[in-house]
Design a protein around this ligand. Structure first.
Ligand code: HEM
Ligand SMILES: *[C@@H]1O[C@H](CO)[C@@H](O)[C@H](O)[C@H]1NC(C)=O
Ligand SMILES: *[C@@H]1O[C@H](CO)[C@@H](O)[C@H](O)[C@H]1NC(C)=O
Ligand SMILES: *[C@@H]1O[C@H](CO)[C@@H](O)[C@H](O)[C@H]1NC(C)=O
Length: 353
């Protein structure tokens, strides 16, 4: 493909929302960035195929809280409880892999490649390795300067389709894209505690599956996991939707996609059309990867993905009189009123996602 057609592709295919991200952003500043990331992900995948699920979920949680800005990677400090520690552990994994990639990139081209782009590209690579689409990822994201547990307001597995869609719509995603993105549950696992309420007399679950899961989840002292896609649990494919048609979805929200009349048509279509699903999945991932991104001079390129760079804006709000950089939002000022613990919205689903 020549320069001219690449140019046309960029002109006509990349939607306006991505205008500030671009394919090949690191070509001039860190030409090997994407291959360094791919090699690390491949190495990890070769020893643990569940890395695909881990990265997909990390990317989703990052993008849905303050945009895709790597805020999920920040470690908590004594002054600040960070996103990753919201609720009792969100079971997001593979932070160490991101650290390893960052280290390799810093050695090659210091302070060039953002942690937010590492998550995004690594997720795509892990999807390809698991048999999913090789979608092209625009880059140029910058890392955020804020990470607060209190900002995390992700849906829990017991939500229904319309409740889930309220959250996706607020991120600029369509109902169809929500059904496609939930297709990420074609890989990975859920802990029994996220679906055990379905194991007794839930007619929307196949009785044999319910019996099997009841056995698996029987030990009250542990919280085992089961594959979200009971067909092909490590492949990025459309088997998840086929399982839903067989009433073999694991979590309530998954099975609801096949039941709710607003989404059941999408489920049937993707169950029939594996290639169509893959292509749409790639497109939807690119769109999710553009939610709330920081570009240009906003944010920073962290040197350590777990820590804000020194001498930048403090992460803890300054005392009121000094706060002129960003005027306090409604939310921020509410925060200062020392509201009683446990009253915030996000506490509704302490084990959300
Ligand atoms: C309404 C939306 C969603 C809800 C309620 C939801 C909920 C959940 C829950 C409860 C788990 C199990 C976590 C555990 O047991 O540790 C899970 C796992 C997972 N979710 Fe979602 N999710 C949603 C959307 C998404 C999206 C949009 C993606 C990615 C694009 C995604 C990717 C994953 C993956 C890959 C796993 C498996 C993680 C692993 O094996 O480590 N989810 N989700
Ligand atoms: C909490 O998350 C960390 C990864 O950040 C993981 O190492 C740890 O095992 C998790 N703890 C629980 C109880 O899931
Ligand atoms: C994905 O596509 C890119 C660009 O076309 C290509 O360079 C890369 O090798 C592909 N990756 C895999 C794993 O096939
Ligand atoms: C659940 O079903 C799988 C096969 O689908 C089987 O291998 C496994 O032994 C069953 N587990 C229990 C506890 O019934």
């Amino acid at each position: 493909m020549g320069m001219k057609s690449s140019f046309l592709l960029i002109l006509f295919i990349v939607p306006a929302v991505l205008a500030d991200l671009r394919v090949g952003f690191y070509k001039p500043t860190c030409p090997d960035a994407e291959s360094i990331i791919f090699q690390a992900v491949q190495k990890r995948f070769n020893t643990d195929k569940s890395v695909t699920a881990a990265l997909l979920r990390m990317h989703f949680h990052d993008c849905f809280v303050r945009g895709c800005d790597a805020s999920i990677l920040i470690d908590s400090t004594t002054q600040n409880q960070a996103e990753k520690d919201a609720g009792p552990n969100q079971t997001v994994r593979e932070y160490e892999l991101i650290d390893e990639i960052k280290k390799a990139l810093e050695a090659k081209c210091p302070s060039k490649v953002s942690c937010a782009d590492i998550i995004t590209v690594a997720t795509r690579d892990a999807v390809v390795l698991a048999g999913g689409p090789n979608y092209t990822v625009p880059t140029g994201r910058r890392d955020g300067l804020v990470s607060r547990a209190g900002d995390v307001n992700l849906p829990g597995p017991q939500v229904d389709v319309s409740q889930a869609f309220q959250i996706f719509r607020a991120k600029g995603l369509t109902l169809e894209e929500m059904v496609i993105l939930l297709g990420a549950h074609t890989v990975g696992v859920a802990h029994c505690s996220f679906f055990s309420e379905r194991l007794q007399n839930d007619p929307s679950m196949d009785a044999n599956l319910a019996a099997n899961l009841t056995n698996v989840c029987a030990n009250p002292n542990t919280d085992p996991t089961v594959l979200l896609d009971q067909g092909t649990g490590f492949a990025v494919d459309n088997e998840f939707y086929k399982q839903l048609l067989l009433k073999r979805g694991i979590m309530h929200i998954d099975q609801e996609l096949a039941i709710d009349s607003s989404t059941s048509g999408f489920v049937s279509r993707f169950a029939r059309d594996g290639n169509g699903f893959k292509q749409r999945f790639g497109n939807a991932m690119v769109k999710m990867g553009s939610v709330g991104v920081l570009v240009g001079k906003d944010g920073e390129v962290r040197k350590n993905c777990r820590v804000f760079n020194p001498k930048k804006k403090p992460t803890v709000p300054r005392p009121p009189k000094k706060r002129k950089v960003s005027p306090p939002s409604k939310k921020a000022s509410k925060k200062k009123q020392k509201k009683p613990k446990g009253k915030g919205k996000k506490k509704k689903n302490p084990r959300a996602l």
